[in-house]
Design a protein. Structure first.
Length: 433
């Protein structure tokens, strides 16, 4: 009996030591799992914070870039509007000049008709008027030529600006396409990063399961060793008291088997409960990670939708610019038609100038003839003046002689008497005009 009690005590001590060792191993295993879970949560939190910071910086950079592009587009549109307003003003000025040229051409026609009708009138007055009008026309023609050259230069500069603007639009489109490709690459990198995080968590989970299996194997080995020891003790006890305590041994063996089964069942129950808890914890962690990944995926999807909206907005702006360029092209064609009409009007004005030059030559010949007539009249007038002076001298001499003859007879001669009416004075009013 003492030996049986001693064996029971040894068995209880061994069982308690095994249970304590098993509990310690379970506690260490739970601590390791908890530490791994905490490290995983901390790393996931840090990665989430990093991704939020990166996302916020990317959003801010996109906003700044979009604002800069909008400001540049507004400046370009303002410059284009100012250029087109200047072109319209120049066109209005050219129309006014053309009206002035037409009026001047009508005035030239009227002057030509007046020249043809009024040749009998004062040639000097007409010559002065013609020269004055010719000077005005020359000044107007010079102004028109200068303004046409200026408008041609401005049209060329506006066409160059339009070509540069088209090139800038193509460059902006290429840059937008590059930005879109860069965003795709960044999204791919982020997806790869998330996949890598999931793979790391799976690897850690596999390591934890491997540790659990290893611990279970060690427990089984210890149990096997314990069973071997118990079997050895039982064999020795059977050898010692095989004959005397056969029934007691059988009862003890049955009891031991029952206790072993109970212990095994308790162990299995504990393992099952622990595995269920671990499974629930892992499931909760996986669901949380899946929710986080889905949330980040939704955020990335929203960002891609925002990029698509920006792309559509940019395409609408590009369509507006294309329509505006078509309008500019139509305006340039209208300006080309205007230039063609202006060249035709210019040719007509050159023809009118040739007519004026011919009329001017005719007027110059008539002016020369008029000057010759004036010279002849001046020579005749001088001759008449000389004759008049000689006549006055002769008259004064005759009066003195008569006064000297008639003085003894006390005849008074009036020296202040008017000249004789028999001699005609030169008439200036009958000069040829």
């Amino acid at each position: 009996k003492k030996e049986i009690e001693q064996l029971r005590l040894e068995q209880k001590n061994d069982v308690t030591s095994l249970e304590s060792h098993y509990n310690k191993m379970l506690e260490s295993h739970n601590k390791e799992i908890k530490r791994l879970v905490d490290d995983m949560n901390v790393s996931i939190k840090q990665e989430r914070e990093k991704l939020e910071v990166i996302n916020q910086t990317e959003i801010n950079n996109r906003k700044k870039q979009y604002e800069l592009e909008l400001s540049k587009q507004k400046e370009i549109y303002a410059q284009q509007n100012s250029v087109f307003e200047n072109q319209l003003k120049q066109q209005i000025e050219l129309n006014k000049m053309l009206e002035q040229v037409r009026l001047s051409s009508t005035n030239i026609d009227s002057t030509l008709s007046q020249l043809s009708e009024d040749k009998t009138r004062g040639l000097q007055y007409q010559l002065d008027e013609c020269e004055k009008r010719e000077r005005d026309l020359l000044e107007k023609m010079r102004n028109i030529e200068y303004e046409t050259t200026e408008t041609e230069k401005r049209i060329l500069s506006s066409e160059k600006d339009i070509q540069e603007f088209k090139v800038k639009i193509e460059v902006l489109k290429q840059e937008q396409g590059k930005d879109f490709e860069v965003n795709k690459d960044s999204l791919r990198k982020e997806e790869a990063h998330y996949k890598r995080i999931v793979e790391e968590t799976e690897i850690k989970q596999q390591e934890a399961e491997f540790n659990l299996e290893r611990i279970n194997k060690e427990i089984n080995n210890l149990k096997q060793e314990y069973d071997d020891k118990i079997s050895a003790v039982e064999l020795e006890r059977k050898v010692v008291i095989s004959e005397r305590h056969h029934l007691v041994e059988m009862i003890q063996m049955e009891r031991q088997n029952q206790e072993r089964k109970l212990i095994e069942l308790e162990r299995l129950d504990n393992e099952l409960t622990q595995e269920e808890l671990d499974y629930e914890q892992r499931k909760a962690n996986y669901e949380q990670q899946e929710d986080m990944i889905n949330e980040e995926y939704n955020q990335l999807k929203a960002r891609t939708e925002i990029d698509e909206d920006e792309k559509n907005r940019f395409e609408e702006e590009a369509m507006k610019v294309h329509q505006y360029s078509l309008m500019v092209q139509q305006e340039s064609e209208r300006i080309a038609n205007f230039k063609f009409n202006y060249e035709s009007m210019r040719k007509e004005l050159e023809k009118a100038r040739e007519i004026i030059a011919r009329e001017r030559a005719i007027v110059k010949t008539e002016k020369l003839r008029h000057l010759e007539l004036l010279g002849e009249l001046e020579t005749k007038q001088r001759a008449l003046e000389l004759i008049r002076v000689e006549y006055i001298k002769d008259r004064s001499d005759i009066a003195q002689q008569m006064w000297a003859i008639k003085r003894p007879l006390e005849y008074k001669v009036d020296l202040k008497a008017p000249p004789l009416k028999s001699l005609p004075e030169p008439v200036m009013s009958k000069m040829p005009s």
